[in-house]
Design a protein around this ligand. Structure first.
Ligand SMILES: [Zn+2]
Ligand SMILES: [Zn+2]
Length: 320
């Protein structure tokens, strides 16, 4: 399987402003120390090898959208945040090169940041496309139709040309989609959210966003340990620092990097991707949180195999 991140920001899309870009360029010029480069490729290589990610790159600003490559003759995508616009463009290019025009969408829940990209999803306008929307919510269709009502958007849902269908799934009962086994778990979040476990040929990816873990609810945590068990990659809602989740932002429906590491350790997962980044965090803030999470994992590892902690960014690809 290959996991490709198209949108990693939580709650609201964000864009870099000119002063943020200028600060990156200034830091890069300082690091170059008057060095000269033969061409742009040489300068780009220097940037990649010598600068930190927050300086030479960016975590990006599109909301939740993650592609899981590995289904038979079909695209798999988790959530329809603003990142799905670019995924739509890219997947249609792959269709032009011969990929079948079938998309399986797995919706974690119906909050706006997880569905806002659908009216801009190119394949929805393609009469040759088949789009199957899988959700644990029976009201998924209502949510998608409502955001395209005239008061909110100029193109009605009924004008979309693709063959679009909705499938509501029971929780905790595995089902098969295009050769991949999929299981849902209920997560603590306003109007509920669902985590997805995708398994094929002994490889497992978990998509678990917008999930508040209650540290004192041991029964629920045991269910998540079992759900994450042995996963090759766990994509986890780590919107806030632990300090925020236990004080200011308790019951806001999100979790911390610390809880995610503890759960992945308990589940013997191999890799954790920090995801659903807080929209007010700068690239430097997210990079700092990533470094702190890596340090925390080392501190509490206590003889367990290493949990690889990566920080998702728009454009990241993770083979598993
Ligand atoms: Zn969200
Ligand atoms: Zn949400």
């Amino acid at each position: 399987m290959l996991v490709r991140f198209w949108g990693t920001r939580g709650s609201l899309p964000v864009a870099a402003h000119a002063p943020q870009v200028q600060a990156k360029i200034a830091r890069a010029l300082m690091a170059a120390q008057g060095r000269s480069f033969a061409d742009e490729a040489a300068a780009a290589a220097f940037a990649r090898d010598n600068l930190d990610f927050a300086t030479y790159g960016s975590y990006g600003g599109a909301t939740s959208c993650v592609e899981i490559e590995g289904g038979d003759d079909a695209f798999f995508v988790c959530d329809l945040g603003s990142g799905v616009r670019e995924f739509g463009i890219d997947s249609l290019k792959r269709c032009a090169a011969g990929h079948p025009r079938t998309w399986h969408v797995f919706l974690s829940h119906l909050h706006w940041d997880h569905i806002m990209g659908f009216p801009f999803f190119g394949p929805a306008y393609d009469p040759g496309a088949t789009i199957v929307i899988h959700a644990g919510h029976a009201d998924a269709e209502e949510a998608l139709r409502r955001q395209q009502e005239e008061i909110s958007f100029p193109v009605s849902f009924d004008w979309l040309r693709a063959n679009i269908s909705f499938v509501t799934h029971a929780l905790d009962e595995p089902f098969e989609v295009a050769g991949v086994t999929v299981t849902l778990i209920r997560q603590h979040h306003s109007h509920d959210s669902h985590g997805f476990r995708f398994t094929r040929d002994g490889r497992t990816a978990i998509y678990s966003t917008d999930s508040e873990h209650k540290l004192d609810d041991m029964e629920s945590e045991a269910a998540f340990e079992a759900f994450f068990a042995g996963a090759d990659l766990v994509i986890c809602d780590t919107m806030y620092s632990l300090g925020d989740t236990v004080s200011l932002k308790q019951d806001w429906g999100h979790s911390s990097n610390i809880v995610a590491v503890d759960l992945c350790h308990a589940a013997a997962a191999k890799q954790l991707a920090l995801f659903h980044h807080e929209p007010t965090y700068s690239d430097e803030d997210i990079q700092r949180m990533h470094a702190e999470t890596v340090r925390y994992e080392e501190l509490v590892r206590a003889g367990r195999p290493k949990l690889q902690v990566i920080c998702a960014y728009d454009g990241l690809e993770v083979p598993i």
